[in-house]
Design a protein around this ligand. Structure first.
Ligand code: F6P
Length: 546
């Protein structure tokens, strides 16, 4: 099946042509019910997608494309534990990690739920012991600082969630994250920490990731420098991994390993043992509320018809933007300072999943796939990149995310935040016409020639698409649902684009080359066959390194 030769694809090209030249302002003027027609609710999450260049026929045509791609069949296959990670021959079952209904889910004939529940119970026990001081370090002192060492999916999700839910954090415990192999990250994190009261979590699905292992070894050396005895490692290191053998080789006791499974993708793993840092930061009850919210979204995704389905709708709008309106990127702008790592988290979730150009059948795609994901919190973004959104030459769809209620006391500031969020999506949508700009400048007393000179600079085309995700409060359950919403959006888009969303072969080449270059950086091997640019850089850096 060639996607862009489907009749449903051609129907969408026709919808694009039919809507061409119609401004969002006109669409709103023509239909007073536009918000009601193009908004959806799931629990306390409202998706307003009325500020997109779509009409009812376009949404219908997008859903027809989803039908032609058998989206509902693929959803069923994922939830049934089929090996839909085709290039690695694995099931894709992050939904099992938060299957709060506890119904059995089979992988190769075996129910995965007893294993999931048993790890959750072990996490609960461990978190309680750390929090109440019963888990002590080697000297008998209780734990005050936890350092999660991991990278990619073993870092970004936990960092994002613990930052997002800072308002719910546990007293008396500080959770830190070290990901970069740049020694600065570990060094600056450990500065001021007391080894006797520090617990390291080595989080790595494979337990072979170069950066994580280097940081873990350096952390162990730092610990032993003070505590002296190798036996201290057992009290100060736990591992989160699928690779028991490598964990043992590192010297971490099997009793201190929290396992997960190969059917959990790295960037979908915050719901697994990889979430231990979240549970330590917020408490196990909060972690389970996060799972509850995600599970509720899973049920919605699985059960709601396509037209009322939030992840499907978000995904189809993304397809519309990328494949029919030519958008190359997607901005994510949370109006929530604590969601400041959400864009980075979504960069991995989305771009490592759908940044592909081989189809499931191994052909080269003849259509665009995953967009560049980027963003920063509002209102900060307004004073930085919003200029381009308002008056730049590109189409950049924006997801605005905002909570009606703050989890902090200063409500007057929250009102300002809300007003800014609503103002930005409205401004992007309506823009400012030449006549409006002229009238404004005339009212400000500018003379006619000055008005005409400034006019091109002071008009706004508008017609810039955006979604607004308005939530009641950014609490653990809501955040869980929000993350699951994006996960499923990514899934739907991968199915329609026909890419393998659950592998990441694209990151391997760089890893291989880094392995080959390390001895050259160290000066242990001659430059040999490296290209002229790399050879020149190696020569200069060796010179400067003496
Ligand atoms: O390099 C990419 C990647 O494999 C990600 O997919 C993954 O989240 C990250 O590295 C870390 O992997 P691990 O958890 O095995 O250390």
């Amino acid at each position: 099946m060639v996607l862009n030769q489907l009749p449903e694809w051609h129907a969408l090209e026709q919808r694009r042509d039919a809507l061409d030249g119609q401004h969002l302002r006109e669409l709103f003027a023509a239909d007073p019910d536009r918000f009601a027609q193009f908004s959806l609710r799931h629990e306390n999450i409202l998706l307003d997608y009325s500020k997109n260049r779509v009409d009812a026929a376009t949404m219908e045509a997008l859903r027809a494309l989803a039908g032609a791609c058998d989206l509902e069949g693929w959803i069923a296959r994922m939830f049934a534990g089929e090996a839909i990670n085709l290039t690695e021959g694995r099931a894709v079952l992050h939904v099992a990690l938060r299957n709060r209904a506890n119904t059995s889910i089979l992988v190769d004939g075996e129910d995965v739920m007893p294993g999931v529940n048993s790890v959750l119970a072990r996490m609960r026990d461990f978190v309680a012991r750390v929090h109440d001081g019963n888990w002590t370090g080697f000297t008998g002192a209780s734990i005050r600082d936890v350092v999660n060492i991991g990278i990619g999916g073993s870092d970004l999700g936990p960092v994002m969630v613990t930052e997002a839910l800072k308002a719910y954090r546990q007293a008396n415990i500080n959770v830190h994250f070290v990901s970069n192999v740049d020694a600065a990250h570990l060094h600056e994190t450990l500065a001021g920490l007391d080894p006797a009261r520090t617990l390291f979590i080595v989080a790595s699905k494979t337990f072979t990731t170069q950066e994580t292992m280097a940081n873990a070894r350096a952390a162990r050396a730092w610990l032993l420098q003070t505590l002296g005895d190798e036996a201290a490692v057992a009290r100060h290191f736990v591992a989160l991994s699928t690779n028991a053998a490598a964990v043992g080789d590192f010297g971490i006791d099997a009793a201190n390993m929290f396992e997960f499974w190969d059917w959990v993708g790295g960037r979908y793993s915050l719901w697994s043992a990889i979430g231990l840092s979240i549970a330590l930061a917020l408490g196990m009850d909060r972690f389970e509320e996060l799972l509850d919210g995600a599970h509720a979204m899973d049920r919605h995704f699985r059960e709601a018809p396509l037209e009322g389905n939030l992840p499907v709708t978000l995904a189809l709008l993304g397809i519309w933007h990328v494949n029919f309106l030519g958008a190359e990127s997607q901005a994510v702008v949370p109006y929530a300072q604590n969601l400041h790592r959400l864009p980075a988290y979504l960069q991995q979730a989305d771009m490592e999943s759908n940044g592909k150009s081989a189809t499931r059948d191994g052909d080269f795609v003849a259509w665009d796939t995953g967009p560049v994901i980027w963003g920063e919190p509002g209102t900060n973004g307004q004073h930085a990149f919003f200029q381009l959104l308002h008056q730049g030459s590109r189409l950049v769809p924006v997801d605005f995310i905002v909570a009606a209620n703050s989890t902090y006391p200063n409500d007057a500031q929250h009102e300002m935040l809300l007003a800014n969020c609503l103002a930005q999506s409205a401004a992007l949508m309506t823009g400012k016409t030449g006549d409006e700009a002229r009238a404004e400048m005339a009212a400000a007393g500018l003379d006619a020639s000055e008005i005409e000179r400034l006019l091109p600079h002071r008009t706004y085309r508008g017609n810039q698409p955006s979604n607004t995700l308005l939530v009641e409060t950014l609490d653990p359950r809501t955040l869980g649902a929000l993350i699951a919403l994006y996960e499923h959006k990514i899934f739907c888009q991968g199915i329609i684009w026909q890419v393998c969303s659950y592998d990441q072969w694209g990151v391997e080449l760089g890893k291989q080359l880094a392995g080959q270059l390390l001895p050259r950086v160290r000066g242990e091997t001659a430059d040999g066959t490296v290209d002229a640019s790399t050879a020149g850089l190696l020569a200069q850096l060796r010179h400067w390194r003496g």
